[in-house]
Design a protein around this ligand. Structure first.
Ligand code: SAM
Ligand code: DTB
Ligand code: SF4
Length: 316
């Protein structure tokens, strides 16, 4: 039955959902969305890069990789008070979730990790949901983050298992899955999604969605990023993705993972208001809010407030 919670999706099933006539697909996604969520509410999350640039990984999309000359300047871990100040400003502007990203391959225990734990507990004490993305994580580190009050850990699969080696060579899909297992076993919600528009095929997009939907439990939130083509990265000249493919990805994520928050993530500056409206129709119920993602721009706060008001959407 549409809307059943399943973890045994087959490729053909996902591809047949994804490829339905567009209006049928978004109609059905809307029905499932209304069944599981308050469909007039959109969550706002604010991102902060707490440790920028100089990352040893070679992710072909990423302006923070030290493998590419992108102009992003390497910085150390931000001081605690600055981070907590940014969280308070985000909350005052209306965000309910604060997400902190570090350009690390993995977490090393020591003074920097201790400071991240303080950031997590400080943001949690402000009454916000708190999420971090720090690269690969051991079971012990996940446990310590949980104890500090972490709500969710973001770690994306990024693309299909088949396309993945064309994008990243410095860590494997299996390593990503192992981190997700450590996060989940520590009792932390998993935030896991991917990027579309990297030159992958429709089948790759479906296969990413299949792997996500077969995680047990489903991720609490699924960020759907549209590639931000950063100058200097190997993907800087990738062809445009048809916006309807982005909407189909959102709708299929909604159908496969009915309870998840589906987040329209990076790339909204290149999506029209109308395309974003179709994404909300298709089950997106979370956005990044604030002028900046990690190192690249996001729509202006005023423009987003105007968009949500025009559509009669509330924030949660
Ligand atoms: N270093 C950590 C990691 O990779 O897990 C955390 C930070 S990393 C920037 C978080 C996620 O941002 C990546 O997994 C990727 O999905 C997304 N991302 C990075 N650069 C992007 C880009 N140019 N366009 C869209 N999404 C991007
Ligand atoms: C996610 O899936 N997207 C966010 C968040 N998780 C950490 C990051 C988007 C980064 C876009 C490129 C940049 O601003 O550096
Ligand atoms: Fe590093 Fe994360 Fe960027 Fe990959 S996506 S280069 S791991 S910051």
């Amino acid at each position: 039955m549409p809307g059943d919670i399943r973890h045994d999706w087959k490729s053909e099933e996902v591809e047949s959902l994804y490829s339905r006539p567009f209006l049928d697909l978004i109609h059905q996604a809307r029905e499932i969305h209304c069944q599981y969520h308050d469909a007039s509410a959109v969550q706002r999350c604010t991102l902060l890069s707490i440790k920028t640039g100089g990352c040893p990984e070679d992710c072909a999309y990423c302006p923070q990789s030290s493998h590419y000359d992108t102009g992003v300047v390497r910085e150390g871990l931000m001081p605690l008070d600055k981070v907590l100040g940014a969280a308070r400003r985000a909350r005052a502007a209306g965000a309910s979730r604060f997400c902190m990203g570090a350009a690390w391959r993995d977490v090393r225990e020591g003074p920097d990790f201790d400071r991240v734990l303080e950031m997590v507990s400080g943001v949690a004490q402000e009454g916000m949901e708190v999420c971090v993305t720090l690269g690969m994580l051991t079971a012990r580190q996940a446990f310590r983050l949980k104890q500090a009050g972490l709500t969710a850990y973001n770690h994306n699969l990024d693309t299909s298992p088949a396309y993945y080696p064309k994008i990243i060579s410095t860590r494997t899909y299996e390593e990503r899955l192992a981190t997700l297992k450590n996060v989940s076993e520590a009792g932390i919600s998993v935030c896991c999604g991917g990027i579309v528009g990297m030159g992958e095929s429709r089948q790759d997009r479906c296969d990413l969605l299949r792997v996500l939907a077969n995680l047990e439990p489903h991720p609490e939130s699924v960020p759907v990023n549209l590639l931000v083509r950063a100058p200097g990265t190997p993907l800087e000249a990738t062809a445009d993705l048809d916006p309807f493919e982005f909407v189909r990805t959102v709708a299929t994520a909604r159908l496969l993972m009915p309870r998840a928050r589906v987040r329209m993530s990076a790339g909204r500056t290149s999506l029209s208001r109308e395309t974003q409206a179709l994404c909300f129709m298709a089950g997106a119920n979370s956005i990044f809010f604030g002028d900046q993602l990690l190192t690249t721009p996001n729509p202006e706060i005023e423009a987003d407030l105007d968009l949500l008001a025009s559509l009669g959407l509330r924030t949660s």
